[in-house]
Design a protein around this ligand. Sequence first.
Ligand SMILES: Cc1cc2nc3c(=O)[nH]c(=O)nc-3n(C[C@H](O)[C@H](O)[C@H](O)COP(=O)(O)O)c2cc1C
Length: 312
Amino acid sequence: MFLSLAPMEGVMDWVFRDLITSLGGVDQVTTEFMRVTHNLHPNKVFYRYAPELYTGSRTRSGTPLFVQLLGGQPEPMAQNALRAAELGAFGIDLNFGCPAKTVNRHDGGASLLRYPNRLFDITQAVRRAVPAPLPVTAKMRLGFEDTSLCLENAKAFEEAGATALTVHCRTKIQGYKPPAHWEWIPRIQEKISIPIIANGDISDFESLLKCHEVTGCNRFMIGRAALKNPHLFTEIRQKKNVIASWNEQKPLILGFFKASTEYVNDHFATARTKQFLRNLTFSSEEAQVVFQQTKAILKPKDFARTLEQLLL
Ligand SMILES: Cc1cc2nc3c(=O)[nH]c(=O)nc-3n(C[C@H](O)[C@H](O)[C@H](O)COP(=O)(O)O)c2cc1C
């Protein structure tokens, strides 16, 4: 079984990837998407999105990192992919799933799912630009407005040389509305022979089993559920659902705040730690108490002091 941690812009940064992979069970992580317009990003931008490039494109616990690019123009996408490869990226992932209005208006993400030929051109340009052994993967939704181009799009990725395809089993219009339509995966897999990674609404061990039953897949990507339960990957490996104890979670929260402060600054760390606590409230009553007592604190120093008082 292959388990990958989903890229999530505004959430799944270096700190969070480091935390989740430190708990074990994750085979691969991906950066938040890097927007590519016309230019080649300076190296410092790559390092900001992917500090793992300083450590061989692996998290500190050794999990390989893919750099994700989002854009509609083959040439700049290829140039940026090559630069990521030169900086040591373990692989390149191409984002064709982002539903955000601003991204779609500027010719990126899911809006490209209306043009199979453009998916082909972008993927082929990237494939040709980077060394042959480097994996180039794509991540798609089932379509933009509907699923009419789904199979054609999947074939375009394969024909352009993609190594694997992650399918978030919804159209752009469906947003994040449940359910994810896993039943599409066997239909897609019938048409292409590259591996498919199933994505969407895997929230625990049972739902992963269900997804396997429906799709036949042994490769899965998990996003939002890992925010609510960072131990999810280890639990899936142990084949059972267990909620981590509060004593196990407390040092993770403090460590997350400290690492986010070092990664960016204490204002960033305060906002991200509140976000982290809010997600933990879904599975932990203790997190609810800490979240309630800290959510209105604006000053980072006050936030840090209260957090320590509550957690140490
Ligand atoms: C806040 C947020 C940010 C996301 N950012 C990205 C991104 O940068 N790149 C990407 O390919 N998908 C992104 N996604 C989509 C996820 O990778 C994933 O496909 C989606 O959440 C469905 O999987 P899940 O049900 O396991 O969360 C994002 C999703 C969320 C909720």
